[in-house]
Design a protein around this ligand. Structure first.
Ligand code: ADP
Ligand code: MG
Length: 238
């Protein structure tokens, strides 16, 4: 059974349809990357999966159950954004624990979850710092830590590295790959960086104007692009 299934999923803002019938199955533990030009609907798709945006039409299933009407926190999904969305007045520990604090998770259990996330991300030594005392990469790690503590079955990343410089982006890219291997969770990752897409993805979904152009492994897309648009985007010669 697919961990995630989108069936003719559509989204309109007013009279404008921006997601035009997306069909997609994502397997348990798979790393799927969404690519496509700015405005093609990548963030809107992620936000619908997360429950931050209503689905205008179609069905979203997680683990075989329809979740269109579930609240974000009922979906077992955590989302990591491009902007870090961490609170400057809180320590790293408090930031990472934030979602659990809101959910009323008992202190001991919360601390255990924070320690586990910190260990996975190798940031135990940063837990008592304030965000102002962190580098860009460390802040992004806090944002990822915040997702990990909730132990989601699905992680969504919306261009999480686009605010980082090139060297740091490469480091974090490798960390995210490691994280995926370690956790075995399903991950959906939006980027417009070809290298990120080609190195991280089990499968890449190429989007244009709210429609899927092609779904395939990096090698399939590279060697057998469905059309010129995909070829141009993936950077293959044909
Ligand atoms: P991407 O993430 O691929 O750059 P988005 O999903 O942000 O694209 O946007 C897809 C389209 O939907 C764009 O045309 C954008 O202007 C439009 N859009 C996104 N959010 C809204 C909104 N809240 N209201 C109206 N239009 C929106
Ligand atoms: Mg976007």
């Amino acid at each position: 059974m697919a961990e995630l299934a989108l069936k003719d999923v559509r989204k309109s803002f007013g009279k404008v349809e921006v997601i035009k019938g997306v069909d997609l199955q994502i397997n348990d533990g798979e790393f799927v990357v969404f690519v496509g030009p700015s405005g093609c609907g990548k963030s809107t798709l992620l936000r619908m999966i997360a429950g931050l945006e209503d689905i205008t039409d179609g069905t979203l299933e997680i683990g075989g159950a329809r979740v269109n009407d579930l609240q974000p926190k009922e979906r077992g999904i955590a989302m990591v954004f491009q902007t870090y969305a961490i609170f400057p007045h809180m320590s790293v520990r408090e930031n990472v624990a934030f979602g659990l604090t809101i959910a009323g998770v008992p202190k001991a259990e919360k601390e255990e979850a924070v320690q586990r996330a910190a260990r996975i991300l190798q940031m135990e030594h940063l837990l008592d710092r304030r965000p102002s005392q962190l580098s860009g990469g460390q802040r992004q790690r806090v944002a990822i830590g915040r997702a990990i503590v909730r132990n989601p079955s699905v992680f969504l990343f919306d261009e999480p590295l686009s605010n980082l410089d090139a060297a740091l982006r490469m480091d974090m890219r490798m960390e995210i790959g490691k994280l995926h291997n370690q956790l075995g969770a399903t991950m959906i990752y939006v980027t417009h960086d070809q290298v990120e897409a080609m190195t991280l993805a089990d499968r890449i979904v190429v989007l244009k104007d709210g429609e899927v152009q092609q779904v395939g492994s990096p090698m399939e897309l590279y060697h057998e692009p469905a059309n010129l648009f995909v070829a141009g985007f993936i950077g293959s010669p044909s």
